[in-house]
Design a binder for this molecule. Structure first.
Ligand code: ASP
Ligand code: MG
Length: 408
């Protein structure tokens, strides 16, 4: 009997009628003969509301208690969904992350899944039940504390659980039809991508596409679990994320991200060790640095620029300031009005002109590029935040709509 792991996001379980709608779909799938495990997110904006509430109660940071609080969101959805599925005449049972054997490291708020001991899930399946598991949470076997996996973490729960159970597919149900060639709110002509490789999806997610949490794609890739991203509102197929695809377009999609800030340390002495003295303390504080550009000028001093997620700027800025002082740099500039546009596609490997074409498209639109970074299948540019939408439209026109025009 095929085994499917389905994940329903916050919008899909946003109110009682939507929960009943999900219950009908799950029951139908079960009756068709599949074994079904369901991972749920918290209803609607519950997680945001709980975070807000915690801030109203206390302005201190309480990582352990925050995890206790936030995991309640998924616990509400799992119990309600189990009730609704049973009303459909199908046996169902809900489990918290810890009951489902999701074992994590000890870190609160950003825990990583270390192992899954899914025997209670397997028992439930064996007994013919639909098993519902609360997403986004686990337990540390070292501290016995409840942990959360970071925002959007239910995706990771779903793909990891699918891997642990050797499921045939992991279906991620969401409020959009799949993964798009660009954000349809910016590019009305953006189209759904039928198939995309794990590798491309990973780059796409890290470039700002929010439909799938990056870490879940890593699990999919590592354990080769095909992921089907699809709408919870209809039955049309969505986007398959898998190891290889039939087509290898040069550019699969255009991603963007406006929650980026750029930091420049000016006039850094050009001596061994300065980069290490800047980026080591940032890494220790968990600041994910994305692009790094260093330029040696004729006077033997360098400027080092890098980007950080906007929400980590308050952590990064004082570290950069302190380091700049310590190493005798000339000064520090911070720009939070920047964004990133990226093009992603496996076919880029075989086509050298792609980056050049991207730069020409931006130049023709009068858009200045502040920083560039590349991987073998991605090119990203940092530009003014106010020009991101225009850049996305132009790049989509050039690479997707006009079918892969590439400079010779
Ligand atoms: N409820 C959590 C969040 O909003 C986890 C998730 O939705 O995947 O981040
Ligand atoms: Mg969510």
């Amino acid at each position: 009997m095929p085994l499917v792991v389905q994940k329903y996001g916050g919008t899909s379980v946003g109110d009682a009628s939507r929960i009943r709608n999900v219950a009908r779909r799950v029951a139908e799938r079960k009756r068709s003969g599949d074994r079904v495990v369901v991972i749920v997110s918290a209803m609607g904006r519950t997680t945001d509301d709980l975070i807000r509430l915690s801030r109203e109660v206390s302005d201190q940071h309480h990582p352990r208690e925050l995890d206790m609080l936030l995991t309640a969101g998924e616990r509400i959805s799992m119990a309600l969904l189990a009730m609704a599925i049973r009303d459909e005449g199908v046996e169902a049972m809900s489990l918290t992350g810890s009951q489902a054997g999701i074992l994590t490291d000890t870190s609160h708020g950003q825990a990583k899944i270390r192992d899954i001991k899914a025997f209670r899930v397997e028992e439930g399946l064996e007994a013919g039940k639909v098993v519902i598991v609360a997403g986004f949470q686990g337990v540390s076997p070292d501290t016995h504390e409840i942990t959360t996996l970071g925002r959007g973490g239910s995706d990771a729960t779903a793909v990891a659980m699918a891997a642990a159970l050797h499921a045939d597919v992991c279906e991620i149900y969401t409020d959009v039809d799949g993964v798009f060639t660009a954000d349809p709110r910016i590019v009305p002509g953006a189209r759904k991508i039928d198939e995309i490789t794990f590798e491309e999806m990973l780059e796409y997610a890290s470039a700002g596409a929010r439909v799938l949490m990056g870490r879940s794609v890593e699990f999919g890739m590592r354990f080769n679990v095909p992921i089907h991203v699809r709408s919870s509102f209809h039955d049309e197929p969505g986007t398959w994320v898998k190891e290889a695809t039939m087509e290898q377009p040069i550019v699969s999609g255009v991603a963007h991200d406006t929650s980026t800030a750029k930091v420049t340390v000016r006039g850094v002495p050009d001596t061994p060790g300065v980069a290490a003295s800047l980026f080591t303390p940032l890494a220790v504080e968990g600041v994910m640095v994305d692009m790094i550009v260093q330029n040696v000028s004729s006077e033997g001093a360098t400027d080092i620029s890098f980007t950080v997620p906007l929400e980590l700027l308050d952590v990064a800025r004082p570290i950069a300031e302190a380091t700049a002082r310590a190493i005798g740099a000339a000064g520090l500039d911070v720009d939070d009005q920047v964004g990133r546009v990226s093009i992603v596609g496996s076919g880029m490997r075989a086509h050298p002109g792609v980056a050049a074409t991207m730069f020409s498209v931006l130049a023709d639109a009068g858009i200045n590029i502040a920083m560039i970074s590349t991987s073998p299948i991605r090119v990203s540019c940092v530009i003014a935040a106010s020009q991101v939408d225009e850049a996305v439209r132009r790049l989509h026109d050039a690479f997707i709509t006009a079918e892969q025009v590439v400079a010779p």
